[in-house]
Design a protein around this ligand. Structure first.
Ligand code: AMP
Ligand code: GLY
Length: 423
């Protein structure tokens, strides 16, 4: 079988390694992939948003199945276009990917179907948005409507900060068209949990829960990033919380999307906050999370390709999806200075990994047989162990054995989760 994977980061590397466990898979093409995954996939220099080129490649190489992982191609309708030429896909169509691509859409969906989330208002006029935050006071949350690389959110501690964020989004053009509509939200408090799920539009199967660490610095300080590390499972996601989420959030969301004529098939990601009033949705993503995937898929005991195909064919209800009860930790090694300003082209030497260890490459290229950094987040060092404590220790031990002088990592990935377990 020939499989095409659209994307090129650490998440895609984790997906590709999991897909390759199925003996029917002969070739995986990664578009564009990155030099660090060249042992696992044929990397093809076609950008993840170049839909015509992706479709052309799929036709020419007669691929049997495609997995579209990043948000942009999904929002642009990559799945719709591949399906038109007869390539079955894992991933939502454009009309369902909107659940991530437009916060105004997802917030109004939740309101209409009474799915618990922060109270909100949507604005297309700046003066009205500013008047609203003056009335509501701080803390308050300002979000750009569209995709903004996870950086379109300001949790404002003061009214002045909220107003600055609104001006920057609506007037400064910081996020282009993504910022011409803003969503202003009630500030919520509580631990955050990520739950990725498989859904074929009828059945929803949550994967093992996880916890991201979004800030660049230890103790959740510094700027927001794409994610500096993850652990799974997330101790705040108790069986009681899971049951409530299934009843009040997961199933209602799938039904709501069907009722809107936007059936969602693929991986639906629930970004949740466990508040005093119960779990609430902070955001939906229409795809696997990065770096959540790097801890979730190593815990998947069932065959990923079989599960994905069941999603595509609408057979998820009769398909076993089994996760190990072990724990996993991913420590991201990023280029010094990330996410602000950093250098690429620095040498990386990877250590032997061994059993229950993986290094997923997010941003690197191969030149003359040498591995060089390319981008902000460079590697995800993952350990799977019986306890979270051992998984965290294992991931740091692995990260510390990587030779990457221009790299850095947070030293407290998993700390909050371990503290919660001790309580
Ligand atoms: P998002 O891109 O929507 O996931 O937001 C990024 C981060 O901002 C989240 O992971 C939260 O930490 C924070 N955040 C978003 N919405 C809220 C909210 N309503 N209240 C408090 N924090 C929020
Ligand atoms: N780790 C958060 C995301 O993938 O959006």
């Amino acid at each position: 079988m020939k499989i095409l994977v659209v994307g090129g980061g650490g998440r895609e590397h984790a997906v590709i390694k999991a897909l390759r466990k199925n003996p029917a898979v002969d070739t995986v093409y990664a578009l564009p992939g990155n030099g660090g995954m060249a042992d696992d996939a044929v990397c093809v220099p076609i950008g993840a948003t170049d839909i015509p080129a992706i479709v052309g490649f799929a036709a020419e190489h007669k691929v049997d199945y495609a997995v579209v992982t990043p948000d942009d191609p999904l929002a642009l309708g990559c799945v719709d276009e591949l399906e038109k030429i007869g390539v079955p896909c894992f991933g939502p169509r454009k009309n369902a990917a909107i659940i991530e691509a437009s916060k105004a859409f997802s917030k109004s969906l939740m309101k209409k179907y009474r799915i618990p989330t922060a109270a909100h208002r949507t604005f297309t006029r700046m003066d009205e948005a500013i008047k609203y935050v003056e009335k509501m006071g701080a803390p308050i949350v300002v979000k750009a409507d569209g995709l903004a690389l996870g950086k379109g959110v300001t949790v404002a501690r003061t009214v002045a900060e909220a107003k600055d964020a609104i001006r920057e989004m609506m007037e400064g053009g910081k996020f282009g068209a993504s910022g011409s509509t803003v969503v202003i939200e009630e500030y919520l408090e509580g631990p955050e949990v990520s739950v990725l799920s498989f859904t074929d539009g009828n059945t929803v199967v949550p994967m093992v829960s996880s916890m991201d660490h979004k800030r660049a610095g230890d103790g959740d300080t510094g700027p927001n990033t794409g994610g500096m590390g993850t652990v799974a499972p997330n101790p705040y996601y108790t069986p009681e919380v899971a049951e409530k989420c299934m009843r009040e959030i997961f199933i209602p969301t799938i039904k709501a999307m069907n009722a809107e004529g936007r059936t969602f098939k693929g991986c639906l990601y629930f970004g949740l906050m466990i508040t005093q009033d119960g779990p609430k949705v902070i955001e939906y993503n229409c795809r696997f999370g990065d770096p959540e995937t790097q801890v979730v898929l190593p815990l998947l005991e069932s065959d990923l390709l079989t599960v994905m195909r069941a999603v595509t064919d609408g057979r998820l209800a009769e398909t076993e999806v089994k996760f190990s009860d072990k724990s996993a930790c991913c420590v991201v090694l990023a280029s010094k200075g990330y996410p602000v300003k950093y250098q690429s082209g620095c040498e990386i030497v990877l250590p032997e990994t061994g059993e229950n260890r993986e290094i997923f490459v997010a941003g690197a290229e191969k030149r003359d047989g040498r591995l060089l950094s390319h981008g902000g987040r460079v590697l995800g060092c993952v350990a799977v162990e019986n306890t979270l404590e051992d998984a965290v220790r294992g991931a740091y031990d692995l990260a510390d054995r990587v030779k990457f002088d221009n790299g850095f990592c947070r030293r407290d990935i998993g700390k909050r989760a371990l503290d919660a377990l001790k309580k």
